[in-house]
Design a protein around this ligand. Structure first.
Ligand SMILES: [Zn+2]
Length: 279
């Protein structure tokens, strides 16, 4: 006799072979001109599908993980990938040349940059995180995208607001046409900070909750506030509502895993054939 429970497990395992699960935003998924994905942990892949080259794992296995996610994404035949050396800065780099950077080696990554912007089709911009806030932006009219990495330092320096301003400056974007996705990051439930961090956010509504002598900081809420300040209409902004520390089985969490080296990736790009209106 077959044990039905065992059979169920077996079928489930078999079906998932070659299938990688991604987190996706509803608002960006509805846009045919935009390609995006947020990777999740996968216990069956090396390093649980970590995608960071800078954290000391075997380079060939991380590159293989990266190739694996490409094969699972619905991309054009020739798609390029751009990754930056993230430094908790507010530096924004506009990608104007088609090509892959920082994908198979750190040496050719975009240097010292925490936001990437492009209007080139089939160029996927990527940010790597494990608790910091990844934000994906898409201008549905001008057909431009951005990928932003905002930890507390980047958030303090309003990197997401500056990235929207960069899109206005370079592409003539109207913030009313920009959709935003705030991907999984550490939530207010789990992000305890001291006075020295909290003081930078004390004038932002709903940024902080007092907890004894400490504070709980809501980084997704602060980035949401900055997107509104940049002129995005509220319905254009989608918050994942997922806390990486609470959902540590699905996402890497530097705090919850006490300095883990794994990172997940948030990616966004313009699908070719979907060129935007230019001035
Ligand atoms: Zn949490």
């Amino acid at each position: 006799m077959c044990n039905p429970e065992f059979l169920g497990y077996y079928i489930e395992k078999e079906l998932r072979i070659g299938m990688i699960d991604f987190y996706r935003f509803k608002n960006l998924s509805n846009e045919p001109g935009c390609m995006h994905a947020v990777t999740k942990k996968d216990p069956d892949e090396p390093y649980a599908l970590s995608l960071a080259l800078h954290t000391g794992e075997a380079l060939d296995e991380i590159v293989a993980n990266r190739q694996k996610i490409i094969s699972e994404l619905d991309l054009a035949e020739k798609t390029y990938f751009v990754v930056a050396e993230q430094t908790h800065s507010d530096n924004i780099t506009v990608i104007t040349q088609t090509g892959t950077k920082g994908w198979e080696a750190l040496e050719n990554a975009v240097s010292d940059s925490d936001a990437l912007v492009t209007a080139l089709p089939n160029v996927m911009l990527a940010v790597l995180t494990a608790d910091c806030v990844p934000i994906l932006l898409y201008d549905r009219k001008r057909k431009a995208v951005a990928a932003v990495h905002a930890g507390w330092k980047g958030t303090r320096s309003e990197i997401v607001l500056k990235t929207v301003r960069k899109m206005i400056e370079v592409y003539g974007s109207d913030p009313a046409d920009i959709l935003a996705g705030i991907a999984p990051s550490i939530g207010v439930c789990c992000y305890e900070v001291g006075e020295e961090v909290a003081e930078h956010f004390s004038d932002i509504p709903d940024a902080l909750k007092r907890k004894g002598k400490k504070y709980m900081l809501d980084l997704p809420a602060v980035n949401h506030y900055q997107l509104l300040k940049a002129g995005l209409p509220e319905p254009n902004i989608e918050l994942s509502g997922v806390c990486t520390a609470c959902e540590v089985d699905s996402f890497f969490s530097y705090r919850k895993e006490q300095g883990c080296s794994g990172r997940f990736m948030s990616l966004i790009g313009i699908r070719s054939g979907e060129l935007g209106i230019r001035n």
